[in-house]
Write a protein that binds this ligand. Structure first.
Ligand SMILES: [Zn+2]
Length: 425
């Protein structure tokens, strides 16, 4: 699948190869070094560099003297040469970021997801907010490479369609990519949120240093629970770009009945809604702690619920845990135990040595879950691996899916390999 390689402005295999080499070396590279690293001829590097300089994608950054011969001019990425927008559509909140070519966030904003969840409303709001974000940043619109959208799955990546995500009940077969492209006049690509999060993590590692590990699972803790998978430094998308659905991994022999008809599914046990419900049912959270509306949302039988209320409940639960309250610690210990069992299944399956946690609600529960989860994984009778397993929090923060969506656009610009990303211009 190489359709959609019409993402503008970079163009051409050699230009991508040179740009990619330059961006990986913050201090810059000389033309000779670029030739050595890319295998391109010195003449080709000279030609490509000239075009990239003219396009404002790289700049000359002084000279260095190394050995005999004339001083070498260094070439560096022009971080402000191009930009990418990332949008994460969550059932509760839409997050927007504007990234420069180095992946630095230069502007950021959030809007509540329209309560009607009507797709047309959402597309209109997203388009207006993207316009305002770009205008407010002072960035020349002509320098935008495109917009990446991270959406809850399942998605039809070829058609750019959001199918029928849980918790967005009015979202059925929404042609998000085409609608947003029409509304913004920009190329748009669509990716599942957990995959976008994994892309962000991978992108920043690539930029930071070579030699970092190339395999990991990204446990995305948002409204729901899912995983993004990276193997051999490539994000695993699967046959329909919906890889990583892991909510139905069985981690207990009891609990509420899942939508799949069974009990003990991790997705039913660890989400913010599930933990809020457990806290209320156990008497950990009561009328003295949070509003009636929060209690009602926590006890609601099915989604969608008001996620702002759920977030309030989760924050209140974490506050009680911080104060050392046994009941609150018990609920979060349960979450750690359930998450650990799901992690062991995936670690076994792929023989991973690293699991990264992140997502919008992760920071709230991370201190308590991370106090238990690594030991639970290590001491699990079910764990096959004998090597250490690093369990870490992503450095990218709660906007990780939006950042990842923008990184997808950048990745497409840099990537010298044929991309499976599908772009609508
Ligand atoms: Zn299930």
């Amino acid at each position: 699948m190489t359709r959609g390689t019409n993402l503008p402005a970079i163009g051409g295999y050699n230009r991508s190869v040179v740009l990619d080499a330059v961006r990986r070396e913050r201090a810059g590279l000389s033309r000779t070094e670029i030739a050595a690293r890319t295998g391109l001829s010195p003449q080709a590097v000279t030609n490509v560099s000239r075009r990239l300089l003219e396009a404002g994608l790289i700049r000359e950054s002084g000279t260095v003297i190394s050995g005999p011969g004339k001083p070498r001019t260094m070439l560096q990425l022009e971080a402000r040469g191009r930009y990418a927008v990332g949008v994460h559509v969550d059932p509760a909140v839409v997050t927007y970021v504007l990234l420069d070519l180095e992946g630095s966030v230069v502007a950021h904003t959030r809007t509540p997801t329209p309560s009607a969840s009507d797709p047309d409303d959402v597309v209109g709001l997203v388009a207006r907010t993207v316009d305002a974000l770009v205008a407010g940043s002072g960035v020349d619109r002509a320098r935008l490479l495109g917009v990446g959208i991270a959406s809850p799955g399942p998605i039809d990546v070829e058609g750019g369609v959001v199918l029928d995500p849980p918790m967005l009940p009015l979202w059925r077969h929404v042609t998000l990519r085409r609608s947003l492209s029409a509304a913004t006049g920009l190329p748009v690509l669509l990716e599942k949120d957990v995959t976008a999060a994994a892309v962000a993590e991978l992108w920043f590692r690539d930029g930071a240093a070579s030699g970092t590990r190339g395999d990991f699972a990204f446990v995305y803790y948002g409204t729901g629970f899912g995983m993004g998978l990276v193997l051999g430094r490539e994000v695993l998308r699967g046959a329909s770009a919906n890889a990583g659905d892991s909510g139905h991994i069985t981690v207990d022999h009891e609990g509420r009945r899942c939508t799949c008809g069974r009990v003990g599914c991790v997705g039913e046990l660890v989400t913010p809604h599930a933990l809020s419900r457990q806290a209320v049912e156990a008497g950990v959270l009561g009328p003295g702690d949070v509003d009636e509306a929060v209690l009602a949302a926590a006890l609601a039988d099915s989604d969608p619920v008001d996620l702002h209320l759920i977030e309030e409940a989760l924050v209140a639960l974490a506050a009680k845990a911080r104060a050392g309250e046994a009941g609150a610690l018990g609920v979060l210990r349960g979450a750690a135990s359930h998450l650990a069992r799901a992690v062991v299944v995936v670690v076994n399956l792929l023989d991973l040595d690293e699991v990264v946690f992140g997502g919008p609600f992760w920071e709230v529960i991370a201190p308590y879950v991370l106090a238990e989860l690594p030991d639970e994984v290590r001491s699990s009778e079910a764990l096959v691996a004998r090597h250490p397993i690093a369990i870490v929090t992503s450095s990218i923060g709660e906007d990780v899916a939006a950042v990842g969506a923008a990184c997808l656009v950048l990745d497409h610009a840099f990537s010298p390999r044929p991309s499976a990303l599908l772009i609508s211009a």
